[in-house]
Design a protein around this ligand. Structure first.
Ligand code: DX5
Ligand code: ZN
Length: 228
């Protein structure tokens, strides 16, 4: 099973005063999904935004709104993010003791569930929940900030997960330090959804969005080339 490579720009690297316009611009330039990084200042050492921001963004995103929850606890907020229009809600395996319940609750809310793994967490941590998820997100930086360096030692974990997933229809998403030089490594290992924050948004602006398109095409091309 080979899904197409999907590029999911992270608005964490966009202009915070222009999120609606940034979402429209990046989709017009070829983004497949829009990745929304929710941080609570507790699970990760940074704060971003919550369900109200996701609801405000929803009319500006015509495709998939991919909500990455870097929060603990998760369960009290699932319904709010579902009502805000999330298509995918990804919770961290490290965020609490009842991952199975969390993933069931996301599905019950009518949203596609994802599970994310920090760099220090082995692939085996999700072995028992692979039938419950549509996506496994492999963090290739420690979550909390954009613009960090890709952690190379996470690449073998991607290949291990692809083997564990087998013939299930489950995406492997990569989040952190994805650019045209790192994308081929994770695509060759079996990833199909590539989050890219700074590698997309540093190349343009709402007024000059063509650079976003060029960056998306370059990352996609590099990833596809590694699979061939
Ligand atoms: C990190 C976030 C990422 C981040 C990626 O905690 O989950 O989505 O925005 O940013 P870059 O692509 O700049 O590493
Ligand atoms: Zn993210």
């Amino acid at each position: 099973m080979t899904n197409p490579i999907l590029i999911a720009p992270s608005i964490l690297a966009a202009d915070f005063a222009a999120f609606g316009a940034e979402c429209r611009a990046v989709e017009a330039q070829g983004a497949d999904w829009v990745h929304v990084d929710v941080m609570d200042g507790h699970f990760v050492p940074n704060l971003t935004f919550g369900p109200a921001m996701c609801a405000a963004l929803r009319p500006h995103i015509s495709g998939v709104m991919d909500v990455h929850l870097m929060i603990a606890p998760v369960d009290p907020y699932i319904d709010a993010f579902a009502q805000a229009g999330a298509d995918v809600i990804t919770a961290h395996a490290e965020a609490g003791p009842h991952l199975h319940r969390t993933l069931q609750a996301i599905r019950a809310a009518g949203v596609r569930p994802g599970v994310a793994l920090n760099p220090a967490t082995p692939a085996e941590a999700v072995a028992e929940v692979l039938d419950l998820v549509d996506l496994v997100c492999v963090m290739t930086v420690n979550p909390g900030f954009g613009g960090q360096s890709f952690i190379e030692t996470c690449v073998p974990k991607v290949a291990r997960l692809r083997e564990m997933i087998g013939d299930r229809d489950v995406h492997i998403e990569i989040d952190g330090g994805v650019d045209p030089s790192t994308a081929p490594k994770v695509a060759a290992a079996g990833a199909d959804v590539l989050v890219a924050g700074s590698a997309v948004f540093k190349h343009g602006s709402v007024e000059a969005p063509e650079g976003y398109g060029a960056a998306i095409r370059e990352i996609r091309g590099a990833a596809e080339g590694a699979r061939a």
